[in-house]
Ligand binder design. Sequence first.
Ligand code: GLA
Length: 718
Amino acid sequence: MLIRFDENTQVFHLQGKTFSYIMQLKDGLLLHLYWGKKIPVGHHEDLLFLPWEGASFDSAHSRWPLEVPTQEKGYYGQMALRMQNAGGDDVVSLRYKAHRIVDGKPCLAGLPASYVEQETDAKTLEIDLEDSVTQLCVTLRYTVFAEQDVLARSMLVKNGSEDTVVLRDAQTAVRLPADRYEILHLKGGWARERHAKRVSMPEGNFAVKSRRGASGHENNPFIALVHPDTTENGGDVYAMTHVYSGSFSASVDVGIDRAPYMMMGLCSDVFSWQLQPGDVFQAPETLLCYAMDGLNGLSHRMHSFIRKCICRGYWRDRARPILLNNWEATYFDFNTEKLLKIAALGAEIGCELFVLDDGWFGKRNTDNCSLGDWVVNEEKLPGGLKLLAEKINAMGLKMGLWFEPEMVSPDSDLYRAHPDWCLHVDGRERTQARQQLILDVGREEVQQHIIDSLSQVLENAPIGYVKWDMNRNMMEGFSAVLPAERKLESQHRYMLGLYHVLETITARFPEVLFESCSGGGGRFDCGILHYMPQTWTSDDTDAAERVKIQYGTSLIYPCSSMGAHVSAVPNHQTGRTTPFNTRCNVAMGGNFGFELDLNKLSEEDLQCARDAVAAVKKWRHVMQQGEYSRLQNPFLSDGDAAWQYTDGQTVIVGIYRALAQPNASPRCVKLVGLEEEALYTDREHQITCSGGALMNMGLPVPYAWKDHDSWVYVFEKQ
Ligand code: GLA
């Protein structure tokens, strides 16, 4: 870890464990020179790129690799910072003013961000840039971590003038050299989140966005540029992700030099921010990760970083409990007796946490009412949550509870009391989705109401886990209390309010495990993982679909952040029937749990469930804290997939075969990252071979006699 500024050459060199990031000051401009494999400090000045200065229609300025491209002197590409100045124009001329190199990492006021526990764990470079005409000041922050291989960047904008100005856009931008690239991103929808997509980089603009008020099911705040020959285990990857859970834009803009700018930031379609004299705006943090060792190299770095520098608190490093959730077992149709019967069998097979999902409050027997009325329905649960939780606890299980705190049903006491508390536009229909509206969490009284009503429940019953759901996106996403010129601040104010609520609640109940959810994985991002270390990956629990969803999600998010449950067949989302052991094996690709009525299982399947629980308990330290690698990509192999976990000693391999085939040709799966000479033994399958053999010859895939077959191998290094 190192940050060096060379006075002579005016070069900033930031060195992570395996990457270098280099900038240079030239005539006051901050230029980006290099991001890639770590190189020695200094002695590269003779190689610095100089733009062509000959006669040209295009301005020289437009060719400099600007660290913060703005509207200035003929730069026509996508802007990283866009202002509306007091005079109505948007020209911004940022020039170097000062810089500091400090130990540790400053917090970002009001926002989630990566963090370190000791000042010696990171160094931060702060560079101040200023526009001498408008007195706009921009502070760029770059943090390099001692034990991690990710660069954290953010931007603080300050209005130093006597006039009011408007911030229209704030992006983290990095310019890469002109080359052939492909763009990797995560595309999807409800129940098919984060499918990995790889497309050739166009010579123009490519963007994935959300203006939903949540990061969303459709696009994830992740984008990477890779070379065409980059594979799972080799080649360059330049990736960015956002520590933010609201609307975003991730883009690649290729200008006249064919050098792409990668950008990640707020979605300017639904954002603007008025800055009064002296006001500051802190833009969300972006994480930059370079890997020279392919997509697994990216994942290893990001998983470790998210586990240690994004997730926080009591549960960060603790073994995550095996849970049993009643949603797909009962939906809204439950009572105490039914729940206890399901929980009892769960306890018997070794589950550790029983989660009561939607329907325990108000008069909610279907999804058309009561959101906002977080008072137990005593008709369903006589004696209330305390009694139920005590009974569950007596079985040896912790009790978990579902909430959807950001929402309100039009048919609720809360809405009848405060009809103006939802996001809406006066005079327009309040468009409902799932028969609900969204509270304006940007408002302080709404934040306080959520904090109070949740605290009331959590203080009065022994609840050890909360599933925090958010089941619709913004449509008329505007706050009723903001004036017209500030209306486009509504979404970001909502996020700041939500983060305040989450900070307060998680600090007040530090030992409660929080799992986020948004109609499944509709808000799976580093912002939300800062408060809740796991997310319900998808409402799609079908094993065949999950293999794909978990593949894409694992590109950046660690398995310890992905909820993965075994559910009933025919599957409730696809109607597909997959073998029970395969549903278990696939759920072992994340935080293992069940979401079915165990009483309805055959004796054989119940035994399989018992065995899976025992295996997860034995191996979860490897699954949740070890290194995860993808061995086979289901998007490139008709749905077949394979993955591997290892802590250096134990190697767990999961293989999934989508469709059986007669006379199938022999296949093998090549393991990665083992010691060539060491011997590895799988006792159950009676295999002993060298790491070199497992990595180069590969593990033969058994012949599949049925569709959706799967196998798990556990090797111990001798
Ligand atoms: C969402 C969640 C589900 C379940 C339901 C309850 O769809 O993703 O897991 O909690 O809400 O209404």
